[in-house]
Design a protein around this ligand. Structure first.
Ligand SMILES: O=C(O)CCC(=O)C(=O)O
Ligand SMILES: [Fe+2]
Length: 640
């Protein structure tokens, strides 16, 4: 039982239960006459927050404490269903402010993980933004924000807390938790937040019936922002006992449509549904994707309050809602999630470099034509390194000087800055034409042949260059590092970063990894990059990525493979495509002549003598950054 009667709730102290609230620091005191109340800001701080999280302005906070706006109605007219529906809990104007506030202040993650599905190792990319705060019932946060064991009162040491050190609810969510507890007579120690940026984001049918929540958990679920359908359906009946071995009953024998009807609640901003009693053990719920005109809906935030009883709950919630990838923050200018600490040219250097931030490592994988084993990578061109190599390799002092990083970092950074040409050439020898070798040599020399040089790199039929994250690196995939300086030089770009946009030869457009999108979007936003006069090409490419995205999403949905977005190589390995059967992409059709994507002798649009076979398929953006080595190091060392 997770809810308490009001009589009991009168006695409880939140602090004793939940641990101390995070420290609030007045970052600014009040001040000039006439300044509005909401202008004074304080923040919640904790060592595990990526940044201090702003508290709600007092005006909003006060209103939140006086909620709910409406009485709830009970929905329990279906078997095993026990809901309380507050429609709304938060009035519209306030819900909007909360939505904007939380989206801007909270850290969000795009979690990926591997699971086995039907015996097959599958990579899951969570199709929404998530974040989580809280700590299970066995521990609490003390005044200093440390995790303390509830029984002994001493610091709680447990491997489950080590992987993702827990963090308390920031005040801006805790205000709502307190209000929710008072309104429901339930207690909560966890707050999970989902941000559905558009109709493409979703959560598939599931129930929150994990053992660590105890029996019949109560979960309070708030909606802020766009209206989205919340679907509920009864779990299928359990198979009958196997006492009649002569005939096993297959699911198909069960009458379709039998049992309770599915339900749909088009949840509006400010609504809250409390799911309780037998609901979780008997019903599944989901937020399906939306397509068409409803897709760009401005985004929706879902907040759930829950109570985890044991440490497994803490481990599970952080694992699936924070994960080990980078943190993102809403960027008001671009109106998109961005990597807050993503280095610009300036922050790349020395002290200013932000720890823990993602950054782009270009890595190399078999593309869609590859037969597909990891071994294949070993023979790929250029510098293919294991994450381990990156850590251990030695950077000569001279090179560090060139990179303009502190000398003490010499030992850390993993590769000779100027070695690319040589290494690449060595590895390519025998494997490529003399012409390609020659072109590759040019790469490091800042010549006009840069396009040709890159074409040589990219011409590898099987190769797909993708942008990955430190997390990916840490998963032990092989990494191709192309040195930013070389590429920069080669492109004669003096800015800090270079985007080599999607060169779509041949052109199967597949869904790029999310990171490619993100990094590309970031770079475009910041205007870090001007690659000669090719901005329009970048823009085109972004469009084509977006198209590909939609196609992929639809495919995922059609296949009812909700929640699962297979990464490229899985899709391609499962079903190797013949280059002859490939579809032509939007970009293929768009590009007429070679005003835009011209790679000289390798340009399939302008050169009749094209060395490119029509089967060459290269998709995707490639990003290289100057001083990319130091970034690589940052990533691999800080992504936990
Ligand atoms: O977004 C919603 O309303 C549902 C979220 C949910 O079911 C969950 O986080 O477990
Ligand atoms: Fe749920």
């Amino acid at each position: 039982m997770t809810c308490y009667l009001s009589a009991m709730s009168g006695k409880r102290t939140i602090e004793a239960f939940f641990g101390s609230a995070p420290k609030r620091a007045k970052t600014r005191t009040d001040t000039a006459e006439g300044e509005t109340e909401s202008a004074s800001s304080s923040t919640s701080k904790h060592s595990q927050y990526p940044w201090p999280i702003a508290d709600l302005p007092p005006s909003i906070s006060k209103e939140v404490s006086s909620l709910p706006a409406r009485e709830a109605r009970a929905i329990n007219d279906q078997p095993d269903l026990d809901l309380l529906y507050f429609e709304p809990y938060v009035p519209g104007y306030l819900a909007k402010q909360l939505f904007e506030f939380l989206r801007a202040e909270l850290p969000f993650y795009r979690v990926e993980y591997d699971i086995k599905r039907g015996g097959i190792q599958t990579h899951i990319r969570t199709p929404r933004w998530t974040t989580v705060f809280g700590l299970d019932d066995t521990s609490y946060f003390d005044e200093a924000g440390r995790v303390m064991d509830r029984v002994s009162g001493t610091p709680a040491a447990d491997r489950r807390y080590d992987r993702y050190p827990p963090r308390p609810l920031p005040e801006c969510l805790d205000v709502l938790r307190r209000s929710t507890e008072a309104a429901t007579d339930c207690r909560f120690n966890f707050c999970l937040v989902n941000y559905y940026a558009s109709g493409s984001d979703s959560i598939s049918f599931h129930s929150d019936d994990e053992r660590f929540l105890g029996k019949d958990p109560a979960i309070a679920s708030f909606s802020l922002g766009a209206r989205r359908d919340f679907l509920l359906k009864h779990k299928p009946p359990p198979p009958p006992p196997s006492s009649t071995p002569s005939r096993s009953v297959e699911p198909k024998d069960v009458a379709v449509g039998a049992g309770p009807k599915p339900l749909k609640f088009p949840l509006g901003s400010g609504d809250m549904i409390l799911m309780r009693g037998a609901t979780q053990s008997n019903w599944l719920h989901s937020i399906p994707k939306r397509t068409g005109k409803n897709q760009e809906d401005g985004g929706r935030i879902n907040i759930t309050f829950r109570r985890a009883m044991v440490k497994d709950g803490t481990e599970n919630y952080y694992n699936y809602n924070v994960g080990s990838g980078p943190v993102y923050r809403w960027d008001k200018l671009s109106r998109d999630m961005a990597h807050p600490a993503l280095p610009t040219n300036r922050t790349l250097r020395g002290e200013q470099r932000a720890a823990g931030s993602l950054f782009a490592v270009a890595h190399l994988r078999p593309g869609i034509l590859a037969e597909g084993s990891e071994e294949h990578l070993v023979s790929e061109p250029l510098v293919v390194l294991e994450a381990e190599d990156l850590r251990q390799a030695d950077l000569p002092r001279r090179v560090a000087g060139e990179l303009d990083v502190g000398a003490e970092e010499d030992e850390q950074i993993g590769l000779r800055h100027d070695a690319l040409g040589q290494l690449g050439v060595d590895q390519l020898d025998g494997d490529v034409s003399r012409r390609e070798l020659a072109l590759l040599r040019h790469l490091g020399q800042g010549t006009r042949e840069v396009d040709d040089g890159l074409a040589a790199v990219l011409r590898r039929d099987e190769v797909q260059l993708q942008v990955a994250q430190g997390a990916v690196v840490d998963r032990g995939r092989r990494v191709l590092v192309l040195l930013g300086r070389l590429v920069n030089q080669a492109l004669q770009v003096s800015l800090g970063a270079v985007v080599l946009f999607g060169l779509e030869y041949g052109a199967e457009v597949l869904r790029p990894p999310r990171e490619a999108h993100d990094v590309l979007a970031y770079v475009l936003r910041r205007g870090v990059v001007v690659v000669q006069d090719r901005r329009d090409l970048v823009a085109d490419h972004v469009d084509s990525l977006a198209d590909a995205d939609v196609e992929r999403e639809d495919a995922v949905q059609d296949g009812e493979d909700e929640n699962v977005e297979l990464v490229l190589e899985e899709a391609s390995h499962a079903q190797p495509r013949s280059p002859l059967r490939r579809r032509r992409s939007a970009d293929d059709r768009k590009v007429a002549g070679c005003g835009k994507i011209c790679l000289g002798p390798f340009c399939q649009w302008c050169s009749r003598r094209s060395a490119l076979k029509p089967s060459v398929v290269l998709t995707l953006s490639i990003l290289f950054f100057s001083s990319s080595l130091s970034m690589v190091w940052d990533l691999t060392s800080s992504a936990r």
